[in-house]
Design a protein around this ligand. Sequence first.
Ligand SMILES: [Zn+2]
Length: 456
Amino acid sequence: MKAPLPRSTRPRRRRLVQGAVALLVAAAVPALTTATADGAGGGSPRAARNVILLIGDGMGDSEITLARDYTVGAGGRLHMDRFPSTGTYTTYSVDSQGRPDYVTDSAASASAWATGHKTVNGRISKTPGTDTALPTILELARAKGLATGSVTTAELTDATPAAMAAHATDRDCQGPADMELCPRDTIARGGPGSIAEQSVRLRPDVLLGGGRQRFDQKITQGPYRGMTVAQQAEKLGYRVVTDARGLRTAAPGRPLLGLFAPGAVPVEWTGRPAAAGGTEPQRCVTANPARPAGTPTLGQQTAKALELLTAGARAGGADRGFFLQVEGASIDKQGHEADPCGQIGETAAFDRAVKVARDYADRHPGTLVITTADHGHSSQIVPLDATPPGLSSTLVTDEGSRLKVSYSTTTTPEDGQEHTGTQVRIAAQGPYAERVQGVTDQTELFTTITEALRLR
Ligand SMILES: [Zn+2]
């Protein structure tokens, strides 16, 4: 089937009919008209069959560097360092008047790439002023018949997955019992209900993560009243699994809801958090006693999601492709806790999910893989003799060197560390990968993905 004309070619076409001057200018600089970012030249760029979008929450350049230094060495390379196309993008959010808010939260940030529009911090895929729902990539992909999925180490109702599958005035409106800040979103008021209810009603093929506590809440309004959200999901056809074994044995043919923890999925690594005045030099513990055996890793979740989406996209004979978002959520959460080992372990776990995605793309040409972050975080690598005003810790790396990391966005550490407003890395391979080069804004990621998948 012939793909519709991609949006990217439309402005070029309009320019060409603007008159002789424009034509002469275009003729005088043929290199400019052929060397467009999408490599289109005079024709349409090749569409992507599948898109895998991997988000390291709170994974700024500083957090990437810290994980690289500790796990593979200063001169080593992570899997996320190996993409052929790399750029940076800006992440600021806006206030209700549309003026910049220079430090975004995960809700506004995820809404920006999910919908192509900036919004206020705390909002889930709705406008900043009028609080109106905006269509998301996952909804557009679903409407076009693509297989769709969302994977996270956070609660499935947390900001990043929520922005793809739901619309809410406030990110805290995660389950039916959490609707205090979203009176207009309640089913009783004609709204769509909580983020958990909306996520299962949209019915992506794969929803994997934490947050079982939200799905165990009772629905109090509407046609599913009296059921839990997990029961609503089963009514809508979902198989519900809660551990690695259930995940492994889930077969294609039914949508899958995996709820692997009551809250966020427990982190993989542990160590001493940063402290005022620093810590003794420490090695990270590459295990977490509080992580139940049978908790799937982000890489395992990603691999299973890709298996099911591949089958789902091919169901019925056609290959319609898929869209999958994967979030490594606790890079951010451990940053807030000023816990460098927890943070590095989650970055390493995310990097293994990146490898799963890249290996998949090697076997399935036409897959666009993008890795980026939603905002930077508080960790800074500082000289060993530095005396940071906040919290710090000294790590002994695999290379045998000492590395000092500072968390100093606040002088009242009990409040937790903060995000930063830095630009973050975006890297890609596959069709449309060139679009991430240079300096872009995260709203352009929406355009890149929707054009690559011909969703508009
Ligand atoms: Zn955060």
